[in-house]
Design a protein around this ligand. Structure first.
Ligand SMILES: Nc1ncnc2c1ncn2[C@@H]1O[C@H](COP(=O)(O)OP(=O)(O)OP(=O)(O)O)[C@@H](O)[C@H]1O
Length: 411
């Protein structure tokens, strides 16, 4: 188990991590989420003894990392996949790590097989693609067969098949009772991989709870209601009746109504009493991405702005209007997703979506004894997040948004 207590890190004036307390339990994949610059890597570095906390402490199995007996056999980590000697072959890179940690050389070939790099083991890593580099970093983390694993953005640069492989690897490691702590910005992936979440914003804890609880705590359930498209007056009548009954109605782009504040049976009764026919009445819950955006929107440091392209554009012809920016969404077509209240759409792949076929790094020839080498059977639906096998989680910690958005001086 990893345990942080009051962990704080300051770099000069900058507070990167502030008073962070959490536990990462064995037997579950714990996702570590937070906006850019929120302190995830700093926290991981402190867990691994690469940075000293300014205050507080963090232990693995009760020991600070530097005092852990035989640390490389107990803890494996992928922090920065580029931190390798590019002139060395993948095999030699792993051999040198194995030698430093007293790990037998034959283990190198095992992990090369697990990550699917067997065929390129003799190639210098400086010629590796981003995804191959990630696989090499994961191999290094697995080298000591450790009980505790930390991965900072492990799917960065991986193709869809590689992402699926990492997902199955994390789950398999956790199912063996290991402690798996993984940071990611890919919410749809975290929804499929993690059992538990630790979310930070501006270095402070925002949430420590199961994925399921996180989504229900941070998303407003709503009902979608549609009346016959051909009779707009029915829609108006229903809107008025729902509002009068204390519900909140928002029009959706396709003509449906998004209703909050009333249970589905009540909406049905209201429609019946108002003599309005319904074409749709369905319950909805936000995705992890929507819930995450809702929770962290007050703690985002870096937001995109519309690109005005001042001086770069041709003058508009007389009478022509410039395109209208969408409030709060930056430039249409750019990559900043809209916050949920402005119609953000879940990006999670639908359950049951077909999986990408196995690719060249799927490690089909890896030793059969390795439980991680086999990708899921093709066409198998991604699994829903499972309840943690670990002991009951600590009570959810959700500071108010104002706590998080306070200037550092006020903390
Ligand atoms: N060595 C350092 N010196 C000064 N400031 C630092 C240092 N390392 C991190 N920081 C600052 O601390 C804050 C947290 O950085 P960190 O890299 O931990 O965030 P992160 O959550 O991992 O970000 P990202 O998601 O973008 O990787 C940032 O504002 C960063 O600029």
């Amino acid at each position: 188990m990893i345990e942080a207590v009051g962990l704080t890190k300051r770099y000069g004036d900058k507070t990167a991590v502030y008073n962070l307390s959490f536990q990462v339990r064995p037997g579950a994949v714990t996702g570590f989420l937070g906006p850019n610059g929120s302190g995830k890597s700093t926290t991981m570095r402190m867990i691994l003894g690469l940075d000293n906390p300014t205050a507080g402490h963090v232990t693995i199995g009760g020991y600070p990392y530097r005092k852990l007996p035989n640390a490389p056999r107990q803890v494996g980590a992928l922090l920065d996949a580029k931190a390798v000697h590019g002139g060395r072959s993948a095999r030699n890179h792993l051999l040198s790590l194995a030698q430093l940690s007293g790990i037998p050389a034959r283990r190198v070939d095992e992990v090369l097989g697990v990550v699917g790099l067997h065929d390129v083991a003799g190639r210098r890593s400086k010629g590796f693609s981003l995804g191959m580099g990630q696989r090499l970093g994961i191999a290094a983390a697995l080298l000591g067969d450790p009980q505790v694993l930390l991965f900072d953005e492990p799917v960065n640069g991986l193709d869809p098949e590689g992402i699926l492989w990492v997902r199955n690897l994390m789950k398999a490691l956790a199912a063996e009772g290991r402690t798996v702590f993984v940071s990611s910005h890919l919410m749809s992936e975290m929804a499929l991989t993690a059992d538990h979440l630790i979310v930070i914003g501006r270095g402070q804890l925002l949430a420590d709870m199961s994925v399921k609880d996180f989504i229900s705590a941070n998303s407003a359930d709503f009902a979608r209601v549609r009346t016959p498209d051909t009779e707009p007056q029915q829609r108006e009548k229903l809107s008025a009746a729902i509002t009068e009954a204390g519900g909140h109605v928002l029009p959706e782009q396709d003509g449906a109504l998004r209703v909050t504040g009333l249970p589905l049976p009540r909406i049905s009764d209201i429609a019946h009493d108002a003599d309005v026919r319904l074409w749709e009445l369905s319950p909805h819950q936000a995705s992890l991405e929507e819930a995450y955006m809702r929770m962290t929107q007050g703690a985002v440091d870096y937001r995109s702005t519309a690109d005005q392209k001042a001086g770069l554009q041709q003058p508009l012809p007389p009478g022509a209007q410039p395109p209208m920016p969408v409030p709060g969404q930056g430039q249409p077509g750019w990559y900043a997703p809209p916050p949920p209240q402005q119609g953000g759409q879940p990006s999670a792949a639908p359950q049951g979506a077909p999986q990408a076929p196995a690719g060249p790094y799927a490690a089909p020839g890896a030793p059969a004894a390795n439980p991680y080498a086999q990708p899921a059977p093709q066409g198998q639906a991604p699994q829903a997040p499972q309840a943690p096998a670990a002991p009951p989680a600590a009570p959810p910690t959700v500071p108010t948004a104002s706590d998080v958005t306070k200037p550092e001086d006020a903390r």
